[in-house]
Design a protein around this ligand. Sequence first.
Ligand code: ARG
Length: 573
Amino acid sequence: MDYKILLADQLAAHVEGIGRDQLADLIEYPPNPQMGDLSLPCFKLSKQLRKAPQAIAEEIKTKWQPQGAFASVDAVAGYVNVFLNKAAFAESVISEVLSKKDRYGSQNIGNGRNIVIDFSSPNIAKTFHIGHLRSTMIGNAIYNIFQYEGYNCIGINHLGDWGTQFGKLIVAYKNWGSEAAVEAEGIDELQRIYVKLHDEAETRPELEDEARAWFVKLEQGDEEALKLWKWFVEISLKEFQKMYELLGVRFDSYAGESFYNDKMAPVLDELKQKNLLQEDDGALLVRLEDYNMPPALMVKKDGGTLYHTRDVTAAIYRHNTYDFEKAIYVTDAGQSLHFQQWFKVIELMGYDWAKNLQHVPFGKVSLEGAKLSTRKGNVIRLEELLTQAIDKTRDIIEQKNPNMENKEEVARKVGVGAIIFNDLSNNRVKDVVFSWEDALNFEGESGPYVQYTQARACSILRKANGSDSNELPAHTGTLNPAKLENAEAVAVLKEIYLFAERVEQAMNKLEPSIVSRYLVDLAQSFNRFYHECPILNVEDPELRAARLALVKCTQITMVNGLRLIGLEAPEKI
Ligand code: ARG
């Protein structure tokens, strides 16, 4: 039930000329429960109604008789403060969570419509670094959230698997590579020989020409070149796949840049036909100075295509294939101009769906302290980061709970979860400073804190059942929600109630951190309840049953939220 709409519906009858939706938009949840559970500020209505805010509030108070879900009303300082009927509220929240279970919080907004999400998209033969982790986790959370809301999501890993760098890699391999070293060391070895080529080319520029020639061969389908390229892709994908498995991420398509090789020519023809392509010193580009942007380069002097060419082609292909309502691209904010440029090209081609293309940028990650810098260079390898997180979590578990079963599995779920959560806990465009202490702080605003709270709820339920089951134990008589009237319990109920609204906001703003922050709020209010209110050791069986139901509803909501942002919810920590 949406209480804002319910209230707006009732109040609208008493405020002339103002519609329900306008009122619903104005209604707030006051920060302090003494100011009501819902509140309508009348300041914005003042002009329209030609009355002072307090006069409006008082008029509403006199005319409106609270009933059903609402218990009483107050008019204070220009606000209409409304108090809920706590028993009815508890009843409705609990029955909704218990009946919807793993669907609780979903409103099925999408109705099966298609959303394309381009995320992760690492580059072949290059390290999977912490920036790709952000794209992977933000993209994955956005995918889960849209899917939860009933959209049909198509997750695409637009692999960077084409471009002049492959000519270089072939030359490097032919000069300094060995099959055994590449098989053994994978991307690290490919990266090593690639860097070596760059260094050597400083004194031997002919290497660059060789590399260009090999790329041309590759584009023309030369057998040897293709064989090597395929092998580089295979070696890299094997490593990426390991990361995805650890992170619990999957894609519906791995159509990378090379997938568009045979699809670019018709798009270039179309651009020509539409008079958008201009020649500039042998290259072909789309001028964008009218839009205050540098031109989008489509074909290089030597005939080669570019990142732009492949993105424009891919978007047209995806629109034809998936008829999407929205296509989302998750990359670092450094690529914003690139996306603005080619979105404009699509618009200039006359496609009105250009407005449905959306870049979802995110900020950089830096590390606190020097210790985290890696063996090689200054890119942070994701694999190392995750391995360290798992090791550190194992140490913490070893101290906290040395007799735990499945230590290894829990260390993986919590360690990986800590990294993911840390990545998603701030507004995505903000730069993140990574700190082990914050990420792994079981008491702070962290993934482990939320996971630990969820496990605590499971443990209460297990104790109540006297078994390994997390289900709500059967109780005699009907559930009496009126027993949940104390402030701590109401605060938890209110948080649980807010979940659906938060998920919808996270979806509309493409901002998974709304869900992460929500989970911290829910965990905090649950822990306050847990510390203040005995659950298992109470005499009154109705009170015990009602509190256990609240525990179960919290646990369900937490699991749903954790899954949305890509975290597992271990039952025992
Ligand atoms: N491969 C690119 C990178 O590593 C990201 C690709 C994003 N997707 C796209 N359609 N341009 O930065």
